[in-house]
Design a protein around this ligand. Structure first.
Ligand code: CU
Length: 182
């Protein structure tokens, strides 16, 4: 019983602390502040062709990170490069040009989306079908067990918002947190 009371007190304390923190946050997050910091930080996950060994991956990462504020990690096994960049300093075209310079072909951009409501294989195949029907989607598959859809697409032909809309049109909804990933 004493434990339970302590537990309740802890919750009450936590609640009051988080309210204070919430108020602070609301004051700080002005538009100017937002434009100046993390809001311009972008992440790209790209499927690559032509970086089959660790040496070529290291060479690619070197070209990418020579761009201001760019972080890159390429994996020769999964053939995926993860790039993070500040869109206020570097344009995505510059990132893609760096791949060209390194002699690595970008097959497409890869995103993973949380999809709610898929209960069996026929649900996930409905989502997969909707994805592969979209022009610009190179590969799309959904899995009802992981509740995720993995999509490889050509960003010059289709936008991630269109992919989200295509999934939502099946009746299964893309989770909010994952939908913001670009
Ligand atoms: Cu189903």
């Amino acid at each position: 019983m004493i434990k339970f009371v302590k537990y309740l007190t802890a919750i009450a304390l936590l609640a009051s602390v988080s309210t204070v923190a919430g108020e602070k946050e609301a004051k700080v997050a002005t538009k100017a502040e937002c434009a100046a910091s993390e809001c311009t930080q972008k992440q790209l996950t790209l499927k690559i062709d032509g970086a089959a060994c660790e040496a070529t991956c290291a060479a690619l990462d070197k070209v990418l990170t020579s761009l201001e504020g760019v972080k890159a990690e390429s994996c020769s096994k999964s053939h995926v490069t993860k790039v993070s960049y500040d869109s206020a300093k570097v344009k995505p075209e510059q990132v893609f040009a760096a791949f060209k310079k390194a002699g690595v072909k970008v097959e497409g951009q890869q995103i993973e989306l949380a999809v709610n409501g898929m209960a069996c294989g026929s649900c996930s195949s409905k989502v997969s079908k909707a994805l592969t029907k979209l022009d610009g989607v190179l590969n799309g598959s959904a899995c009802h067990q992981s509740k995720k859809a993995t999509v490889l697409f050509d960003p010059s032909k289709v936008k991630s918002e269109q992919i989200v809309a295509a999934i939502n049109s099946t009746g299964f909804k893309v989770g909010e947190a994952a939908a913001s990933a670009n």
